[in-house]
Each structure stands twice: as C-alpha cells, then as structure tokens.
Design a protein around this ligand. Structure first.
Ligand SMILES: [Zn+2]
Length: 319
C-alpha cells in the first residue's frame, strides 16, 4: 500500500482532515447513489421482464421497479403499474408473448416513479390510466420525496391518469370483477389495492413487504396508523388462497400480511409508549425497538431499522 495514502501514517491533524474528507466523500457517494439508483436500474440493458402465471388469466411481470399484474382476455389488457419508461418496450414484448391484445387500462397503485414511469408511453399508446385523485395531483406537480431525497418533475398530460376516484371503483373486464380500493394513507396518501375477485389475486402496491421494513413516505402523506389500517382492510377482503402481489416481493399470502400487521402494531405501540414517557427520537432509536424483528425485516439494501423507527415517530408526532 502507498504510505502516502495510508491514514495511519498521518499526524493526528492530517488524519482528522483525511477522515473528514473520506466521510464527506462517502456521504456524497451515498446521496448520489440514492438519487440515481432507480434510473440506473431501469436503463440497465440487462433488465429482463420475467412473466409468472398467477391464475386463469392474470400474470405477474417482474423487471425493475414495482411488480406488474396484467389481466388478459377478450376485452384487452388490464395492467397494474408500469415500472420505468425505458422498460416500456420490454414490458410490451412480454405482454405480446401472452396476448396480441393492446393495453387498454393502466392502474397506478400510487404515484412513486418506479410504479408510474411508463405512464407517458402507455398513455401515448392509447391506454386509459386510472388512479386515486391524489396520485393525479402528485403526478401533475413537482414532488420532493424526503426518504428518497429526490425531486421528481411532473409528468406531461399524456402520462396523467384520465379517470380518478376518491374512494373505490369496480371495473368489469375479461370476465372478472376488478375492485380498485383506496385504502388508508399508509405508504402514501394515494394508495390503492387492485383485487381481481374472480381470479383471487390482489395487487397491494407498496403497502406490503415481507423481507424488509415497509417505507412510510411521510412527505407523500403516508403514516404508520394508515399503513396498519390498510393492511387490516386488505386482510379483511382476501382469503387464505388469495395470491398477494406487492411492488417488491415475491408472491405472498394473507398470513404474511397479518404477520406484517402484528409487527407494525407492536413496534408502533413500543415507540408510542416511549414518546409518552418523554423519550427523544435518539433515545428511542437507541433502545432498538425493532430488535425482535430485524432477523425477518432488516434488508440492508432498502431501509434501516432506525429509519423505520424515525418514520413511525414522525407519523405519531404529526398526528
Ligand atoms: Zn412506493
């Protein structure tokens, strides 16, 4: 090793300076990575779209960004979420291997760009985009997401939902009765779940995770109590056989939804109690209120326990 680069050879002042620059460099690097990670993933030539048949006429498409469900049949393609714009051609190709029908409807489960990035392309192709009112509102104005530390510019008119709803709606397509339900404000304030009742398949957006802590996007109106309430709603409308699809997990089920709900209730209760006892956020984090669950939910690449606890604390502070 070149001794000039070895900090152990520095005098203490130089060493401090070196460590400061090193720390700043690391911070900048992690900030830059956070900002660009979505786009790099999306434009990666190596991203392939993998198709999994879920039921009689629904399929899951996995690529980069939020998982997609398509329902196919005589009425055309009904699609939930559309990942990133650079992937549209590959998504279309994957769909063309299932059906020669065009994409007629696209539902956005929420506004995050890894679920809506293909909106402009599919809108241009003539798909009708549907979402909760708040999703259109957020997609039509510049957004800043605190957690992702990034500013997202508004979409052009052709990428905006043209049909919006405030509560829920039902669409009859491909022999199915598809219920689109605005659940409580958990991940964001525009979360919807899409339940294909005849196929017994549900897309729950980013409300559900099973190998990482869920993200409560406070700056997009999410909250811990909203997330718990949303998961309870989801659990109440599905059964033990329902295939649960979310943005970033494998195919899951009602038991896992209930497990997540119980974890959230437990950690929320502990954080809330400590807040009532006058503890600061730093003191609460130091107690590690998630330690019983880190083995299951701590995915080092997604969200750290202290971030998750911070989101719960902020939620309860905002109440
Ligand atoms: Zn999301």
């Amino acid at each position: 090793m070149d001794s000039k680069l070895n900090p152990s050879k520095f005098c203490s002042k130089e060493r401090m300076l070196f460590m400061s620059y090193f720390a700043i460099g690391l911070l900048l690097l992690s900030f830059t990575l956070t900002v660009i990670v979505d786009d790099v993933n999306a434009q990666d030539e190596n991203v392939t779209i993998n198709t999994t048949k879920l039921s009689n006429n629904t399929y899951m498409l996995k690529g980069s960004g939020g998982n997609i469900i398509v329902s196919v049949g005589q009425d055309g393609v009904f699609m939930v979420d559309d990942q990133f714009a650079p992937l549209t051609e590959r998504i279309k190709e994957a769909i063309s291997n299932i059906t020669d029908q065009p994409v007629k409807f696209v539902i956005n489960t929420h506004w995050h760009s890894d679920h809506t990035g293909g909106n402009e392309n599919f809108g241009e192709l003539g798909a009708m985009i549907i979402s909760h009112d708040n999703v259109r509102e957020r997609l039509s104005t510049e957004q800043f997401s605190e957690f992702f530390n990034r500013t997202v510019p508004p979409l052009s008119e052709r990428g905006l939902p043209i049909i919006t709803f405030s509560d829920n709606m039902t669409i009859f397509q491909n022999g199915d009765e598809i219920k689109i339900i605005h659940v409580d404000n958990g991940h964001t304030d525009g979360d919807s779940v899409v339940y294909f009742t005849k196929n017994n398949v549900i897309h729950v957006g980013d409300d559900f995770t099973d190998k990482s802590y869920p993200i409560i996007d406070i700056s997009s109106g999410g909250s811990i109590d909203g997330l718990i309430s949303s998961l309870q709603t989801i659990s109440s409308i599905i059964d033990d056989e329902t295939k649960v699809i979310s943005g970033h997990t494998e195919i899951s089920n009602k038991t896992k939804v209930n497990d997540l709900t119980n974890m959230l209730k437990d950690v929320r209760q502990n954080v809330s109690q400590m807040m009532e006892d006058g503890k600061s956020l730093e003191e609460i984090i130091a107690v590690q209120p998630t330690s019983n669950y880190d083995r299951i939910y701590y995915d080092h690449n997604i969200i750290k326990p202290e971030d998750f606890v911070t989101h719960i604390y902020q939620s309860l502070t905002n109440k």
